[in-house]
Design a protein around this ligand. Structure first.
Ligand SMILES: *Cc1c(COP(=O)(O)O)cnc(C)c1O
Length: 369
């Protein structure tokens, strides 16, 4: 009855372990819909990684996206909790400071000078990373602001845990940009490891670097420690360990001209309507029209009387290895597919493979087998 994510547990765990081994100091990222697995499950998995005999800092910190996500993670994992959304002097970022036990585990991201002063005034013992802005232009301090931050921190014994860089998804190499940003860090004269009680400015928290880029940077900056934050490549890096299925809930034969669905659409030819589990509430959306969209391709499709030429849109549901067409746009929790006569007709209860974007899909069940 469900849209189910089935995980080959052994294969998934061995991928997680291999990724953690290849990335010493790994910070697993656990945010949003938990990459399809749920936040709670990823928090428990991160605890499992922490309990493995890996490099000393590997998985000693988990990264959540927002302060609101902390409650899903904090009781299932007992290491440090890095919040990726920068701290601001309002809302859940302020509420999180009230609980002493939680506050000791939190690592805030500070991306504006005024927030640095404000956070330390509220909690002088706050642990934090300073975010340096990158070509992403999302959040972060400029080179000049890093200087000012360093002056502000002088002699305060604040718990600086490092500098955070959020890099765009790989196009070309990031090494030149990181080199430039690290020169800014050195130039700013931020407190290094030692008296601050934190990991210090020579710990660099990074995203979206390849293994080769990390190796190059470690070689070029031997005094620095790089801590890769990884979500997608960790949790979803071995797609072969994952299978998404939907259940056939009903099958109706239709003749050409028969009306069906919310919009009273008529069947273009004889075949079957399938009602399958999975709809908009799960994140199932319309896909691009099937086939070749070029003029020549369209003409060919029309000549063959293709259903997509009649406005039918390809669905992410497959039957016998072939992606099937939506009979109409997906409903809240189910979808209607049209299978023309000549295709095999599935039985109620049969499972269909579904192609999804994991980061936007809410599964009814996650089965680790
Ligand atoms: C989401 C996020 C990551 C992880 O990104 P993936 O592409 O899922 O590996 C790393 N850093 C920051 C700041 C993020 O927001």
């Amino acid at each position: 009855m469900s849209l189910t994510l089935t995980v080959d547990g052994e294969r998934w765990r061995s991928h997680l372990r291999a990724t953690a081994e290849a990335h010493p100091g790994l910070v697993p990222v656990c945010k949003g819909n938990g990459y399809g697995f749920t936040l709670g499950r990823l928090a428990r998995r991160t605890q499992w990684l922490l309990d493995q005999d890996l490099a000393p800092t590997t998985a000693d910190t988990i990264a959540v996206g927002t302060y609101a996500e902390l409650s899903h993670v904090s009781s299932r994992y007992d290491g440090s909790l890095l919040v990726l959304t920068p701290w601001r002097p309002f809302g859940p970022a302020v509420d999180a400071l009230a609980d002493d036990r939680l506050a000791r585990r939190l690592v805030h991201t500070v991306s504006r000078l005024e927030d640095l002063g404000d956070l330390l005034a509220r909690r002088p013992d706050a642990r934090f990373v300073l975010e340096r802005s990158t070509s992403m232009q999302r959040h972060g301090l400029t080179a000049r602001e890093l200087w000012t931050a360093a002056e502000h921190l002088q002699g305060r014994g604040a718990r600086l845990e490092g500098v955070a860089l959020h890099l765009p998804l790989g196009q070309g190499t990031h090494v030149t940009e990181v080199d430039r940003l690290l020169n800014d860090v050195v130039g700013a004269g931020l407190p290094e490891t030692g008296p601050t009680g934190g990991q210090g400015a020579h710990t660099i928290w990074v995203s979206h670097l390849t293994e080769e880029e990390l190796a190059t940077l470690r070689h070029r900056w031997p005094d620095f420690t790089f801590r890769p934050r990884i979500g997608t490549g960790l949790w979803l890096g071995d797609r072969g360990a994952l299978r998404v299925t939907s259940t056939v809930l009903d099958v109706h034969p239709v003749e050409r001209g028969d009306a069906f669905g919310y919009r009273g659409r008529t069947a273009p030819k004889s075949g079957h309507l399938l009602v399958v589990s999975g709809g908009t509430a799960h994140g199932i959306g319309l896909e691009a029209p099937s086939g070749d969209l070029g003029l020549k391709g369209r003409a060919g499709t029309l000549a063959r009387g293709g259903l997509d030429a009649l406005g039918f849109v390809r669905s992410p549901f497959s039957l016998d290895g072939k992606q099937r067409l939506f009979a109409e746009p997906p409903h809240m929790q189910a979808s209607m597919l049209f299978v023309p006569s000549g295709s095999r007709v599935p039985v109620v209860g049969e499972q269909l493979d579904v192609r999804v974007r994991y980061t936007i899909t809410a599964f009814d069940r996650v089965d680790v087998v």
